[in-house]
Design a protein around this ligand. Sequence first.
Ligand code: SAH
Ligand code: SF4
Ligand code: F3S
Length: 442
Amino acid sequence: MKKAYIRTFGCQMNVYDTGKMLALLKNDGYEETHEMDEADLVIVNTCSIREKPELKVHSFLGEARKIKRNRPKKDMTIAISGCVAQQEGQNLLNRYPDVNLVFGPDAVPNISTLLSATYNQKQVLDTTFLDEADYVFASDIDPNATQRVGAFVTIQKGCDNKCTFCIVPTTRGKEVSRPSDQIVAEVRALVEQGIKEITLIGQNVNSYGLKKSGERTFAQLLYAVADVPGVERIRYTTSHPRDMGLDVMQAYRDLPQLCSQLHLPVQSGSSRILRRMKRFYTRERYLEVVDQLRSARPDIVLSTDFIIGFPGETDADFEQTMSLLEDVRFHSSFSFKYSERPGTPALRLVERDPIDQILAGERLMHLQKRQREIAQEEHMLLEGMVVPVLVEGPSRHDEGVICGRTHTFKTVNFPGDVAWVGQTRKIRITKAFANSLRGEAV
Ligand code: SAH
Ligand code: SF4
Ligand code: F3S
């Protein structure tokens, strides 16, 4: 058997695409390896959302190239997939003569054909975007799904929004919704393999189906997935606050499988900055959505994304972001300094309003510190409570300790038996940390 090593950067889309690639490669006689040294095929599935993850790709390629050059027959195929591949295309092949294949997200289903074309160390490029009618979502199941409790299921690809800071519309192309019958079929197949928790993924899941007449809406899709016997928990990501409709709120009232947790990226608490980002909601509208969610599902836990130091962000704008954090009390957030991305509309704003990197760094630290405090405070409220935890596997750090997640997506570590994996156990929370909880089985 040939061996494939895949390194994945970036978001849930890439994690999912890696699973699909593993499934397709398995049909071609590959098995996965976690040692790059012994691989016949090395794939790096890349992300370009900010400058940093993009830079990581280049250091990874340096490493892979070294291994290949040290082999007497240079018998290693190196491929680059994902968003940097889509964005840089031919440039990557020019810069790295040892790389055989560069292919974008739309070409993932064709990986076998593309690999055959690299025969004799040829260089191959495929970064074409397919028309909506031609795009096919691979239905093969990630071979690693059998060892897991939860799985991602893609419901759409691409993004039709034009948030001014964001590279995703360039790297992933137009939004295409996957036929809902296919989604439900994949959910069924996963549940048959023992999966208990389904996370529906897309860049803007709330707009699912709207472009296709006769297709289910996102809310209707939630009901359809909940109808599949054996689905214990449903999550989804990512939601755009503008498109959170009342039908989704109703789903929170009706569907106990729908988890009490939502990642709802806000980016900024200032309506002025949100306008410059072209997010198409205001601070007030965001807070209204939060209220609606909480009246539909009082125990819902929210997390978010913040971009700090967006061009033109003043002290007053940043104060608005801080006060939004206080108002909503997110339990966690991803926050990064704004990063300039090639070809994005916000670059014009940078010219007008250059960013003070030091000030942006200070703001970021301030926000992250307060976020940690809020998380700690919220988690302390859970101490002594008994909560159902879906057991996922052994803890990464301690022996004899296993971990799982609450409905609200909190990681709980507790002494237990790996035989409990896949079961929902009652756990008493004994200690709260900012990023996890400790507990004991009752
Ligand atoms: N589709 C999702 C987010 C996708 S990108 C949404 O609409 O919310 C994930 C996160 O990366 C974004 O929420 C944003 O906070 C961050 N991000 C995207 N582009 C960025 C940039 N140029 N600089 C810094 N952070 C960025
Ligand atoms: Fe990027 Fe905006 Fe699309 Fe999210 S919704 S992927 S932030 S363009
Ligand atoms: Fe990164 Fe592409 Fe996802 S840029 S965040 S891997 S869509």
